[in-house]
Ligand binder design. Structure first.
Ligand code: GLU
Length: 281
């Protein structure tokens, strides 16, 4: 199978050095393997995605010397397809409507714990609600315990080749349902699906053999493998790469305009300077 990877930015701000590293690494790995790297625009968050950021993505990547097959996939053009996949889990009893706000979810987590997790684990308040009773504005959650039961006893497995935790990972479905609350797969703000699901559907649809992305997304991988199993899709090889950090050790964010690729360009840097800055030969 041809090595096929993708760079999948969301046009919600300027690309920074971290994106440059991710894109260059993915394209380098594809070149080294005689394969291809696709560009995918993950613009399902229509409240935050903007055409001007998308235009700048093309501009910055071309300036870096990257080129990709056309047409590119823009996720905002595929919402109907994602939604149909999500709703197909309804008759299987795997999703349920949820009207809890984030604040409600927090409040339901009564006893504060030491070293509390960043996001409270959803306590399952709406679990068991019938899809027929879905109200406008309800989110859709995956019933993890049922999803785990639906895939059978074989553990969730994937191969990681990246900078951290390289090797073969085996996660027991039961552990997954203890560690994370039932995840939201459909958001209530807009009739669309969560990033984790759209990415899984497109990785399979685009025959992605290797997912190259930052270690900040590592934690989503077990859930994505579970979704692949639920939909009967193949699991690609994962390569989570180190994150580019600022001088204080913080991971770069889209608001860090000082590290925007465009800023380096304006200041007279060359694409070779960018490669050097992110530690690529
Ligand atoms: N769209 C995601 C981002 O902006 C990347 C998703 C992925 O590579 O799986 O970081």
């Amino acid at each position: 199978m041809t090595f096929t990877t993708r760079f999948a930015p969301s046009p919600t701000g300027q690309l920074h050095l971290g994106h440059a590293y991710s894109a260059l690494l993915a394209f380098d790995m594809a070149t080294a393997a005689g394969g291809i790297c696709l560009l995918r625009i993950e613009d399902i968050d229509t409240a935050r995605a903007r055409p001007e950021w998308e235009a700048q993505i093309y501009d910055d990547l071309r300036w870096l010397g990257l080129d990709w097959p056309e047409p590119i996939l823009r996720q905002s053009e595929h919402l109907v397809r994602y939604n149909a996949a999500l709703l197909s889990l309804g008759p299987r009893g795997l999703i349920y409507p949820c009207s809890c706000s984030r604040a409600d979810i927090r409040a339901a987590q009564s006893a504060p714990q030491e070293g509390a997790p960043r996001d409270p684990v959803y306590p399952g308040t709406c679990r068991g609600r019938d899809m027929a009773g879905r109200r406008p504005g309800d989110a859709l959650r995956l019933d993890l315990a049922r999803a785990v039961a639906a895939i059978g006893p074989a553990p969730l497995t994937f191969t990681e080749t990246g900078d951290a935790q390289a090797g073969r990972h085996r996660i027991r479905g039961d552990d997954l349902s203890v560690q994370m609350g039932d995840p939201v797969l459909g958001r209530k703000e807009i009739e669309t699906v969560a990033y984790v699901l759209a990415a899984v559907l497109d990785d399979a649809g685009q025959k992605i053999t290797h997912v190259v992305r930052g270690t900040d997304l590592f934690e989503f991988t077990p859930l994505q493998v579970l979704l692949q199993r639920l939909f009967g899709l193949p699991t690609p090889i994962y390569h989570h790469h180190r994150l580019i950090r600022d001088d204080t050790g913080k991971r770069l964010a889209k608001r860090d305009d000082a590290r925007a690729i465009a800023k380096y360009r304006d200041d007279g840097a060359s694409p070779a300077d960018i490669r050097r800055l992110v530690g690529l030969p």
